[in-house]
Design a protein around this ligand. Structure first.
Ligand code: TXA
Ligand code: MG
Length: 331
């Protein structure tokens, strides 16, 4: 891991060779810890599913939570999310700053499925911390970044805390000293006429309501389990239309097959369509292809998607968690 210490007291850090190298590491699909005004983020190119899979691997998260994508400006954010009137008001008032907007994803957005955990919505933020904005602009990529801590630990507000948790996973640790806000961003979903507060954070409810000119709702009651809105409601993530059956060994004729590795199946040739998550048995590759592969198999209009057994160590735990949800009985 390379450690880049910089001072934000003037702009000279922008012209340093380290800025170049950190941007290049992001473009190469490596992980870079980057400070924002709220907490340090574990950043990767949000358009690169393998890079995003490395985030989940490094954090040791047993589930694929959707990630926040960071952008240099509201204009950039508009090519990834659909802004209604409320979203525009909030962006104008609080960006750059500690606010994240969950919006319908633009069909043309380059943000990958793994970054949004397969949801039709996307979480976007234009931080006031200048380093994240600068590296996003320099790399020309939206940067997916959860807090830079191992899953279950507290969010890091200085570089030492990041290094303690993630040193071995990082290409670069960008160190700009302690974060000024110190709590995560406020998350507001603007998916319909009712803006909803999904997570309290650096911007208060009162601030939000003043700008919106109306009260802000809490998390919606989950009348429709397929209408995901809130963090943690992972059961409601994208579920395929096809029935999903796990731990397949025998492959009947005419089924769709999601395979892993090159062994352990009889009659794989019976499958009408097969996608292999990773012929070489690499769990990072498998995670990076999981959501797009489920979508692609579902698009073949098959009745059943058979899934080969996937090892449960490392990222396999999150992959299996997602697959179990896709296979869970539905009403
Ligand atoms: O201040 C922050 O927000 C920091 C800095 C690095 O930007 N980031 C952060 O990320 O706290 P993370 O991954 O720890 O929290 C992101 C939250 C999660 O609770 C996730 O469920 C939610 O955002 N989220 C992301 N996309 C979502 C979506 N499409 N719908 C609902 N919730 C979403
Ligand atoms: Mg976090």
């Amino acid at each position: 891991m390379q450690h880049w210490r910089l001072s934000l007291s003037d702009d000279s850090w922008k012209a340093s060779p380290e800025a170049d190298q950190a941007a290049r590491a992001l473009l190469a699909g490596d992980l870079v810890a980057i400070p924002t005004e709220t907490v340090y983020g574990l950043a990767a190119d949000a358009t690169n599913p393998v890079a995003c899979a490395k985030i989940f691997e490094a954090k040791g998260r047993p589930q694929f939570n959707p990630l926040i994508s960071h952008l240099p400006s509201t204009e950039d954010a508009m090519s990834h999310g659909v802004f209604n009137a409320d979203a525009l008001k909030l962006a104008e008032a609080f960006w750059p700053g500690p606010l994240t907007l969950v919006l319908p994803k633009q069909p043309t957005s380059s943000i990958c499925d793994l970054a949004t955990a397969g949801l039709p919505s996307v979480a976007l933020r234009v931080p006031s911390g200048p380093v994240m904005r600068y590296l996003s602009a320099k790399s020309g990529k939206p940067l997916a970044a959860p807090s830079a801590n191992i899953s279950g630990r507290i969010s890091p507000t200085d570089a030492q805390a990041v290094a303690d948790d993630l040193e071995s996973s990082l290409a670069w640790l960008v160190d700009a000293g302690p974060c000024s806000v110190g709590v995560e961003s406020t998350i507001v979903a603007c998916l319909d006429e009712t803006p909803r507060l999904l997570r309290p954070g650096g911007i208060t409810r009162e601030d939000l309501e003043q700008v919106l000119g109306k009260e802000i709702a809490g998390v919606a009651p989950q009348a429709d389990p397929l209408a995901p809105q809130a963090p943690g409601m992972l059961t409601s993530h994208y579920a395929p239309n096809a029935r999903v059956q796990l731990n397949a060994v025998e492959i009947p004729k005419g089924t769709a097959l999601l395979s892993f590795g090159s062994e352990g199946l009889t009659d794989r040739a019976n499958a009408t369509v097969e996608i292999n998550l990773s012929p070489s048995g690499d769990l990072v590759e498998a995670a990076s292809k999981l959501f797009q592969s489920l979508r692609a198999l579902d698009a073949s209009n098959c009745e059943t998607i058979l899934v080969q057994k996937i090892p449960s160590e490392g990222l396999g735990e999150a992959i299996n968690d997602r697959l179990q949800r896709a296979a869970a009985p539905r009403d």
